[in-house]
Design a protein around this ligand. Structure first.
Ligand code: HEC
Length: 171
């Protein structure tokens, strides 16, 4: 009786060791790679800023409800694919910097009505989208990257954005 129990214990231990060995050596190990989270904070690269900006334009910012990616007949808002180049031209015409124009177009869209379009865009920092300052900078960097060299960065561009918001009363 006693030796029977002992045998049983040895068999159980043996099987456990055997399966542990199989598990370690033969089964693929599933490693977990959590997605790299990028935050809009000091030191963020322009590339990361543009990636976040693109996500906002296609998501939370709801920009694609009105703006098409590429120019098409009957579009209700300017095409995003060339918006960096287009806004740079408009900025030049108005004699202001590209950064200032982009921020103004987001914060106070009624002030610059692109030719051939209606005044239907609402300020991006107000409901329903309520984009934060960091998000506005990311969006502006993405827009600038559509056809132009990106000069917008975080937090360097914060002062220009704040100036623009102050001028419009931020309201
Ligand atoms: C309700 C529709 C609508 C939504 C939503 C919208 N826009 Fe617009 N947007 C327009 C229209 C129409 C114009 C052209 C008239 C004008 O300049 O206000 C415009 C103009 C612009 C301009 C200026 C273009 C120029 O050449 O001067 C920028 C930049 C812009 N939008 C970016 C955005 C971004 C970024 C978002 C999302 C955060 C967004 N828009 C959401 C309709 C919209």
């Amino acid at each position: 009786m006693k030796s029977g129990v002992l045998k049983l214990i040895l068999v159980v231990i043996g099987l456990n060791l055997f399966f542990t060995y199989i598990g370690l050596d033969f089964l693929p190990q599933s490693e977990s790679h959590p997605p790299r989270e990028i935050k809009i904070q000091e030191g963020i690269s322009q590339d990361d800023l543009i990636v976040i900006g693109e996500k906002i334009v296609f998501g939370k910012g709801q920009c694609m409800v009105c703006h098409p990616m590429n120019a098409e007949t009957g579009m209700r808002a300017p095409a995003i694919a060339t918006i960096g180049r287009d806004t740079k031209e408009h900025a030049k015409k108005e004699g202001i910097s590209h950064e200032e124009y982009l921020f103004d177009a987001l914060v106070n869209p009624s002030k610059h009505i692109a030719e051939g379009f209606d005044d239907i865009m609402s300020p991006a920092h107000k409901p329903p989208t309520s984009l934060s300052e960091g998000e506005l900078i990311a969006v502006a960097a993405y827009l600038q990257s559509r056809g132009e060299r990106v000069t917008i960065s975080y937090p360097e561009s914060l002062s220009i954005l704040k100036e623009v918001m102050k001028k419009e009363g931020g309201s």
